[in-house]
Design a protein around this ligand. Structure first.
Ligand SMILES: N[C@@H](CCC(=O)N[C@@H](CS)C(=O)NCC(=O)O)C(=O)O
Length: 285
């Protein structure tokens, strides 16, 4: 059987996991969502909805992650999809709950508009409102899950053994990690070359503490000038300050401390602006 998939896709991950746990042999066909391969005409012929996953079993083609999970589980008689009608209905009930309840708000309301460019709303206000709405609704779904569905005595969503609902639910719940995903892993998973990963992602992020250190230490150079200019007899701002102190020249002393205070404020401002450029999440909106 062949699976059209992408490794970070939330709807593909439960299938990969079930296949691995149940020893189902799949041939993998990567569809690079970040390169837009799912939008190509060739892929549209495979799935008109332009989404992964798609399973091909000879001439039988199946879309929809939940249906693929059920089909695969039945092909290997997996205990994760019980045969008993009522137990099976319970598993289906929870899969539908994850798919049409939690995931609609968590995935399409909260996460995707933040990570998938084509799902980001063009208007900033609408984007913020969408995310706020998704966050509130997600919180209420998660409270229901925590307090009523999993409950204190249940190991898994449908009872004490793992079912397809757990495979689906675990993948959906961990999609939250995507907005805090390790940025290097994310960049590599998008297929970006190693050089670009290092320059654009690693170095850029690593520069933040460097900026903090350099920008905040620069004004201290002027403070240090007071000592060095005395030692090397250099006529600079440091020796001027010492001379003014010795001569009780208050306006000059105030002028120099004012200049140094301005430099501290200026370099802090430069550091703040650089933070925003290096990591846009820090910028003021
Ligand atoms: N209801 C479908 C949803 C599939 C889905 O949302 N796939 C995402 C990846 S997680 C996708 O292909 N997105 C591409 C796009 O929407 O442009 C399922 O459960 O299989």
């Amino acid at each position: 059987m062949k699976l059209y998939y992408h490794p970070v896709s939330t709807t593909c991950r439960p299938i990969l996991q079930l296949a691995a746990d149940s020893g189902i042999d799949l041939e993998f066909k990567l569809v690079d969502l970040f390169k837009g391969e799912h939008l190509s005409e060739a892929y549209c012929a495979v799935n008109p909805s332009k989404q992964v996953p798609v399973l091909e079993d000879k001439d039988f083609r199946l879309t929809e992650s939940a249906s693929i999970l059920r089909y695969l589980a039945d092909t290997v008689d997996s205990p994760a999809y019980p045969k008993d009608l009522k137990q099976r209905a319970r598993v289906n009930e929870m899969m539908d709950w994850f798919n049409t309840g939690l995931y609609r708000d968590l995935g399409y309301g909260l996460i995707y508009p933040q990570v998938l460019p084509h799902l980001k709303r063009a208007d900033e206000k609408i984007q913020a409102a969408t995310i706020a709405w998704g966050r509130d609704r997600t919180r209420s779904w998660l409270t229901i899950l925590d307090e009523k569905l999993i409950g204190p005595r249940k190991a898994f969503v449908c009872g004490d053994s793992i079912t397809l609902a757990d495979y689906l639910g675990a993948a959906f719940l961990t999609v939250g990690d995507v907005i805090r995903l390790d940025y290097v892993t994310t960049a590599r998973s998008k297929g970006i070359g190693e050089r670009k990963v290092i320059i654009r992602h690693v170095v850029r992020n690593a520069l933040i503490p460097v900026v903090t250190l350099v920008a905040l230490q620069l004004p201290a150079v002027f403070g240090g000038a007071i000592v060095t200019e005395q030692i090397f007899r250099v006529p600079g701002i440091g020796s001027l300050l010492i001379a003014a102190i010795l001569a009780n020249d208050t306006p000059v002393v105030m002028g120099i401390t004012f200049v140094i205070a301005c430099l501290v404020v200026l370099f802090n401002l430069i550091a703040d602006i650089l933070y925003g450029w290096l990591d846009p999440r820090i910028s003021y909106r």
